[in-house]
Design a protein around this ligand. Sequence first.
Ligand code: SAM
Ligand code: DTB
Ligand code: SF4
Length: 343
Amino acid sequence: MPDITTAPTPAAAANDSALRHDWTREEIAALFDLPFNDLIFRAQTAHRRHFDPNEVQMSTLLSIKTGGCPEDCGYCSQSAKFDTPVKAEKLMSVDAVLAEARRAKQAGASRYCMGAAWRNPKDKDLEKVCEMIEGVAALGMETCVTLGMLTDNQAARLKEAGLDYYNHNIDTSPEYYGEVITTRTYQDRLDTLGSVRDAGINICCGGIVGMGEARADRIGMLHTLSNLAEHPESVPINLLIQTEGTPVFGTDPLDSFEFVRTIAVAKILMPASVVRLSAGRELMSEETQALCFLAGAGSIFIGPKLLTTRNPEKDRDETLFGKLGIRPTAGPDVTDAAQQAAE
Ligand code: SAM
Ligand code: DTB
Ligand code: SF4
């Protein structure tokens, strides 16, 4: 029997509490290579230093402007470059968005995330999005938007409207990026993240796995994220949802344990960040999702739809959370008067 007080794993786990921004690819590769139990133990230990392990933050997504996007992201159902079942629609009205947000709040979401299929927002459209942000915040929910690339001024305008989080993903490693997207560069994405950070908005930034990339690319993606000057507050790890007509359609599915490993490594590298078990839960077993929570996933999307694809139904999620004893993280408080005015 090994002496567990001197075995390398608990000692290594003790060192995982400090926030580092100088991870090397070799160190990240070594984490991916750990025996599964050692990796999950370290990730869960790191998670418990910063979070209640039985709480999961719950957000709901809405596509406020669907389809017709000029970008060519090879995974996306909303690109105008591919023939997919998703048809282009106009930007939704503020009232319609707020009606959906109220429903999401009643269903238990504490954050409302609004996504638009734009390369970048026009200033006129940004004003409408600002009204949506103000309306959602007045309901007592946190706000998140993902609108494509931003200028410094646009980021400052969103901050002024009270935006809590901006989602903008690097998607994959710098090396694999060009295989998936050609219409904007990795540096474009980092520049937008810089504008969001400078404006004082929390960053939600992660990527997609299961697009045919190698483990080296998952390492490269997490290397970029963990070596940012400040870690993103939220790190969504999306499992590719395959849509017919997109270039990545037909890619071999990623092994579930490799997905769980990606969550665990993200948690060890960025222990104070909330790692989001993002797209792909609809395709996962209860057991895989439970392993993701054990690996340190601290947030999910709830509600039957993501942007254009399905997410697990409420009943299925409630059954799972009941079996696991998972509680939703509480949302922001607003005064009763402000809330009544918004309802
Ligand atoms: N148009 C904006 C942009 O790309 O910056 C915002 C919306 S976009 C749909 C937000 C993110 O969703 C993408 O960066 C990508 O990481 C993720 N995503 C999109 N389609 C996906 C899919 N089929 N499977 C998994 N994740 C996906
Ligand atoms: C993120 O990283 N994942 C979400 C959110 N940010 C905007 C989007 C997932 C989209 C899944 C495919 C769809 O529904 O179209
Ligand atoms: Fe457009 Fe965003 Fe889809 Fe890329 S991921 S095609 S930018 S909607």
